[in-house]
Write a protein that binds this ligand. Structure first.
Ligand code: NAG
Ligand code: NAG
Ligand code: NAG
Ligand code: NAG
Length: 399
């Protein structure tokens, strides 16, 4: 029998179309977009109810990665939504049900909360155990864990496998434009750079720090007005200058300089003390230049260690107060728009669990070398290089 070409092609076309439909249906049920599934009942995800053997490894590869958050975060239940991660919402599922250990691709432990829960009784070689903390080593609990327990780190340190930091990534506007990001402006009305008060303002509630910040400020105050509000206020009247929990950005704005020194001075550790006030038209004062150099735009902050001693620093601050041109130079990155912030969930700038998810997908593809950290606390200490009081002591004797 002779088959006419037209019929042959019609059947071929229908067959291919049929395959497409089947594939499309499989893709839809094989995916888990996580967003409209009750997060506390992850076992209802469709792909879990189908035996992995039956779907075949091809579809197993497409199934979302499962991130099991083993602990709480400072005692609080972890949010199981990845809805803030465009492009990844259907790529990972976050789970807090420890009975689901077996099916987890990654298991995350928040450092401070580790002692609250027994460690997993067993693990599969392909499972990634993640060490997580946004806080410095001294405030992360130092819970004992076996050597080589953790495969990845997720901390404020830029050397973490999956960085988890406060605030956004500030980047040159050129870079943002070349990557197609929306450019956020930090422009400030020039009249807001003219100040009604003089000197340095700070809200401080930790009066005794490892770095001896308080001694440095006390010495600085001999040479320039230093106004401290909050628990460690310089005068009783100032204790309540800002109600607890309020941001008081308008108070910060009145002063030409404000104290942004962290309670603990460690590599890469920059918190809301900067990020919560990044839009305030006042110059932040920090302790160690090297911590901020790669995180903030050039000439956007003043570091104590730029000066030999408190008097030299105070002289420079007073010169800035009386020279509007020189003062404004610290805001050039804002006025000229040469720097902006990367969208916090853009590829390459993701943070926290979004980053863990991204990494899980990257690492699966290429037979990445297995890795683990022999002594997680040693790694954390070595990378953080948190300061004791050496700097302040030498600064105070630097006359
Ligand atoms: C310190 O502040 C007070 C009150 O605002 C002001 O009168 C004084 O001139 C300031 N001192 C210096 C050295 O700027
Ligand atoms: C003010 O600062 C600018 C820029 O730093 C400098 O060129 C100028 O000489 C300063 N003016 C005075 C009066 O010191
Ligand atoms: C995977 O391996 C290939 C060949 O070794 C390499 O060219 C490619 O960059 C790797 N991809 C990733 C994501 O590491
Ligand atoms: C994770 O760490 C464990 C324990 O050190 C190790 O056996 C395993 O190979 C590591 N896995 C990966 C994927 O790195």
């Amino acid at each position: 029998m002779r088959v006419r070409p037209a019929i042959f092609y019609r059947y071929l076309f229908l067959t291919i179309l049929g395959f497409f439909c089947v594939y499309a249906v499989y893709s839809i049920i094989g995916y888990d977009d996580g967003s409209h599934v009750p997060v506390h009942r992850p076992q209802r995800h469709l792909y879990l109810t189908v035996s992995k053997d039956r779907i075949g490894s091809r579809f197993e590869k497409l199934a979302p990665k499962r991130i099991l958050f083993w602990t709480t975060i400072f005692g609080a239940k972890v949010s199981t939504s990845l809805s803030d991660c465009p492009g990844l919402t259907d790529r990972c599922v976050i789970d807090t049900n420890r009975d689901q250990l077996e099916s987890a691709d990654a298991v995350v432990f928040h450092a401070v909360d580790i002692p609250r829960f027994p460690l997993p009784a067993n693990r599969k070689p392909e499972q990634i155990f993640v060490f997580n903390s946004m806080e410095t080593p001294v405030n992360s609990g130092r819970a004992a864990v076996p050597d080589f327990f953790f495969n990845w780190t997720s901390t404020y340190l830029y050397s973490s496998d999956a960085i988890h930091k406060y605030g956004s990534f500030l980047i040159p506007t050129q870079v943002a434009e070349s990557r197609g990001f929306k450019v956020q402006s930090f422009y400030v009305q020039p009249k807001r750079l003219k100040k009604t008060k003089s000197g340095v303002f700070g809200l401080i509630s930790n009066c005794h720090t490892d770095s001896k910040r308080e001694l440095a400020l006390k010495e600085l105050a001999k040479h320039i007005n230093v106004t401290i509000g909050g628990k460690c206020a310089s005068e009783d009247g100032l204790k309540s200058i800002c109600p607890q929990g309020a941001e008081c950005l308008d108070v910060f704005e009145q002063y030409p300089f404000y104290i942004a020194i962290e309670n603990t001075v460690c590599n890469d550790y920059v918190t809301e003390k900067i990020w919560g006030r990044i839009t305030v038209p006042s110059i932040p004062i920090v302790m160690r230049r090297k911590v901020y150099e790669k995180i903030l735009p050039p000439k956007s902050f003043i570091a104590m260690d730029d000066y030999r001693n408190p008097r030299e620093m105070a002289n420079h601050l007073r010169a800035l107060e009386t020279n509007q041109t020189a003062y404004s130079e610290y805001f050039e990155w804002r006025q000229r728009g040469t720097w902006t912030s990367a969208p916090w969930n853009a590829p390459g700038y993701r943070n926290g669990l979004c980053r863990v998810c991204e990494l899980l997908w990257k690492s699966g593809t290429n037979g990445t070398e297995p890795k683990s950290y022999e002594n997680i606390w040693k790694w954390f200490d070595d990378e953080s290089q948190c300061e004791k009081d050496e700097f302040v002591r030498s600064w105070l004797s630097g006359y």
